[in-house]
Design a protein around this ligand. Structure first.
Ligand code: DGL
Length: 270
């Protein structure tokens, strides 16, 4: 493993790009390889075993690309597979979790809301996060089926997505939360809509920055930060159809002519 090796990131689809944006900002000298496991999206409706299996195959693909660290840029996969990955592979993994800790610090009225997949909210990891940081705080959990699919389709601002979001935000608004946690890496792409729907002054937070900071910390400790003489490059892969995934990656990543390649069969089959 060498400092000039790339960092791998993966998600069930394009959502993890919200994490990759912060990693790119914080670590401009690193090469980044992103995998959208689109053929198997959404993870939120799979069993933990099925997610572990996908996480293993994507990790094997990224290892074949020579990565030095993997960011599991998906809350659901972090809940279902992070422990498994750490036991099965020796390279460092950085996971993500809903920003309950930050929300508990920010809330003034002791009421916070968390939007995430059902699998994330029902996981042991989330329960212990709330137990650890949510003492004395009302936490409104809201699963949001369908939202991941809207982002995957590039529908981040249309009326259909807005209607769904209004429905999911209603219980949070009825409770009067003053912080909304975007607990799925797809949801930061819906932030403008969320901000439009909730009352002014309500904070809307996600975990992109803390994950990027943690990635930097782990690489620093391992003495694996890329030399500052390098300019980092970005690569994108999908297990789905590149001609469908490509335009959405381009839109969400915010660059023209992004090349999205298909990951080869052994890593994209059940
Ligand atoms: N971006 C994933 C997350 O953070 C979406 C999960 C899914 O595919 O259901 O949980």
């Amino acid at each position: 493993m060498a400092a000039a090796d790339p960092i791998g990131l993966f998600d069930s689809g394009v959502g993890g790009l919200s994490i990759m944006k912060e990693v790119r900002r914080m670590l401009p000298h690193e090469d980044l390889i992103y995998v959208a496991d689109s053929k198997y999206c959404p993870y939120g409706e799979k069993t933990p075993q099925a997610i572990q299996e996908r996480a293993r195959k994507v990790t094997e693909f990224l290892l074949a690309k020579g990565v030095k660290l993997i960011v599991v840029a998906c809350n659901t996969a972090s809940v279902a597979a992070l422990k498994y990955l750490r036991a099965a592979f020796t390279l460092p993994f950085v996971g993500v979790e809903p920003a309950v800790k930050q929300a508990a610090l920010f809330t003034k009225n002791k009421k916070i809301g968390v939007l995430a997949t059902g699998l994330t909210l029902s996981g042991e990891k989330f329960t212990s996060l709330v137990e650890k940081f949510g003492g004395g705080i009302t936490v409104v959990n809201q699963a949001c089926p369908g939202l991941v699919e809207q982002v995957e389709a590039g529908q981040v601002s249309g009326p259909e997505t807005e209607t769904m979001l209004r429905m999911y935000l209603k219980p949070l608004q009825d409770t009067g939360v003053d912080v909304v946690v975007l607990g799925c890496t797809h949801y930061p792409f819906l932030r403008p809509l969320v901000v439009k729907i909730v009352e002014p002054g309500i904070q809307v937070i996600d975990t992109g920055m803390p994950v990027a900071r943690q990635t930097k910390r782990v690489l620093t400790q391992a003495e694996l930060l890329a030399p500052e003489t390098r300019i980092g490059q970005d690569w994108f892969y999908t297990s789905g159809n590149p001609s469908l995934v490509g335009p959405v990656v381009e839109r969400l990543w915010g660059a023209n002519e992004v090349v999205v390649e298909r990951i080869p069969p052994p890593f994209a089959t059940d």
